[in-house]
Design a binder for this molecule. Structure first.
Ligand code: SAM
Length: 178
């Protein structure tokens, strides 16, 4: 989030025609819950466009981009790497250490779609499980970011938004910039 080292989410293993919606949701969740950027492996330009449209309307800063070289992206990352996996150490045991490292260094958070190559497990500083039960990259990412930011991301301010939701007890209210 603002004034802290970058948090970037890398989405690996997108299966064309199958994971489009899930990949978009990884990006939207990364944005909504305080990450600064999502990088998507596998040429999914539709997901990037949707995430950029949401950022244009509801604010940023947040960026989305593609990579053809996810492995070198991880290798060359200039900070610490978390890989979210059901096989990893329980989040509640490592979150304090990750948070402390992120005060000083950028953090890359890797999520998969299908089987994640073993070199990602080896490249990660932490393989982290949000429970050791199989579920979804979107759920894992949401819980991880909320733990990382200790809930502060829920109160963040959005810049350059053309649309702003006004929370209401019932119904839908959106203010639009003229
Ligand atoms: N069978 C795949 C594997 O061995 O990597 C997992 C596929 S799962 C549908 C897709 C992604 O969701 C995983 O790569 C991981 O990033 C995330 N995920 C699923 N369960 C998780 C958990 N319990 N904790 C953290 N991340 C999880």
């Amino acid at each position: 989030m603002q004034d802290a080292p970058e948090v970037c989410v890398l989405r690996l293993g997108h299966r064309p025609g199958r994971d489009e919606r899930m990949t978009t949701h990884v990006g939207l969740t990364a944005r909504a819950l305080g990450a600064d950027r999502v990088v998507i492996a596998g040429g999914v330009s539709g997901a990037v466009e949707t995430i950029e449209e949401v950022t244009d309307r509801f604010g940023g800063p947040f960026s989305a981009e593609l990579t053809d070289e996810p492995r070198s992206f991880v290798r060359d990352w200039g900070g610490r790497v978390v890989h979210l996996t059901m096989y990893g150490l329980p989040i509640q045991e490592v979150e304090a250490e990750v948070r402390e490292a992120h005060e000083r260094e950028p953090l890359l958070v890797v999520v998969g779609a299908e089987k994640v190559p073993f070199d990602v497990y080896e490249a990660a500083d932490w393989n982290v499980g949000v429970t050791n039960q199989p579920h979804s990259e979107v759920a894992g990412l949401a819980v991880f970011l909320d733990r990382l930011f200790e809930g502060l991301e829920l109160d963040r301010e959005w810049e350059d938004a053309s649309h702003r939701v006004v929370p209401t007890e019932t119904g839908k209210r959106v203010e639009r910039e003229e």
